[in-house]
Design a protein around this ligand. Structure first.
Ligand SMILES: [Zn+2]
Length: 365
């Protein structure tokens, strides 16, 4: 298939608009119209992974971490980043990254950590603002159900665990078409009054073109009247970190053993035990230190993340246990997650998981 088929599918699940400002997710090397037969999945895109792609005849590498983060000014093989990009281009291998946009969705990196740790009732720890919009439209009463159904189908009306939410009020619409019009009701040149329903519904801004297309197709009028509003509400489905609960509270040592085992962590660096049983657990794959305040505010007993520095551990202040399980360890199951997402959608397309362990950190025990 074409590379763009795979990337548009991935971006329908993890829209590029959901990545953080500093990130560089998306197609880094390659042409969207390039033919691909097989994809290689890895957490990092290292030279060894590009060599593996060449050896196993993969035309695209889907990695979690983008190989290029900043502007590259020279391509003379001095750094591994330059060498990876150069080798990929020479061998016609596309490089695609699905990074913080995959961290920030309900079914992404953090959801997989929650699943691995057997957490229940999981939700986003720090939901993002300004990602939702509201659509208001005015529909003749007889057509309201059909228009509403088309809007829901296009992705409107989802709030938390509720779907198909809308507000509907009856009123009178007026219009007068000029001689060039062919109105659905009424006559050109005559003021018409029509009993209409005002439908209000919410939608993610990334779905806007799909929602408007559905509206125009389902609405009977020649000129469809609608209003679009920006909302500052949180989007509970998008944001950083997750928090969930253990079915049964564990003592601290038992829980950390469970984490070490399930997350295959070589070592866990943690702050002092607080002496409380562990029930609520906050997680963030990779460097999640910026979420500590939210984890404490959400009542988490422990915060599982990575990349903690010495001085940052002091911020636990006996309110929570900070547990650093390692960056690679926290995100390693992302490879499996991507594999499953792609396999489920494209059953006949070949996907491979890398056999290279790209973790640059080793433990001397
Ligand atoms: Zn990471």
């Amino acid at each position: 298939m074409k590379l763009s088929q795979l990337t548009s599918f991935l971006e329908s699940i993890a829209p590029l608009a959901y990545q953080e400002d500093y990130d560089n997710a998306g197609l880094i090397v390659g042409r969207p119209d390039q033919e691909i037969q097989q994809a290689l999945i890895s957490l990092d895109c290292t030279e060894a992974v590009v060599d593996e792609a060449i050896a196993t005849n993969c035309q695209v590498i889907i990695s979690h971490h983008p190989i290029v983060f900043r502007g590259l000014k020279k391509f003379n093989s001095k750094t591994y980043v330059e060498r990876v990009v150069e080798k990929a281009i020479r061998n016609n291998i596309a490089l695609y990254a699905i990074h913080t946009n995959l961290d920030n969705i309900m079914t992404g990196v953090n959801a997989r950590i929650c699943e691995t740790l057997c957490l229940k009732n999981c939700h986003i720890l720090a939901p993002k603002h300004n990602l939702l919009k509201k659509l208001v439209t005015y529909v003749p009463i007889a057509n309201a159900d059909a228009v509403r159904a088309a809007l829901f189908e296009a992705g409107t009306g989802n709030i938390g665990n509720y779907s198909e939410t809308s507000f509907n009020a009856e009123g009178i619409g007026t219009f007068k078409g000029n001689e060039k019009t062919n109105p659905y009701v009424g006559e050109p040149g005559k003021l018409h009054r029509e009993n209409e329903i005002r439908i209000e519904t919410i939608y993610p801004a990334v779905a806007e073109s799909k929602v408007l297309t559905a509206l125009i197709l389902a609405h009977p009028y020649e000129e469809v009247a609608y209003d679009l509003y920006n909302l500052t509400n949180q989007n509970q489905q998008v944001g950083s970190g997750m928090i969930g609960e253990l079915e049964v509270a564990n003592d601290e040592e038992t829980f950390l053993r469970h984490v070490k085992d399930k997350m295959q962590a070589g070592v866990i660096r943690h702050t002092a035990f607080t002496g409380k049983p562990i029930k609520r657990v906050a997680v963030c794959g990779g460097a999640g230190g910026f979420l500590l305040k939210q984890a404490i505010a959400a009542g988490a007993d422990i915060f599982i993340t990575a990349d903690y520095k010495y001085h940052e551990f002091f911020d636990a202040e006996g309110k929570i246990i900070i547990a650093d399980i390692g960056h690679f360890e926290s995100e390693q199951f992302t490879q499996q997650l991507l594999y499953e997402i792609i396999q489920k959608k494209f059953a006949n397309f070949a996907v491979r998981l890398t056999e290279v362990n790209t973790n640059p950190v080793k433990y001397f025990i």
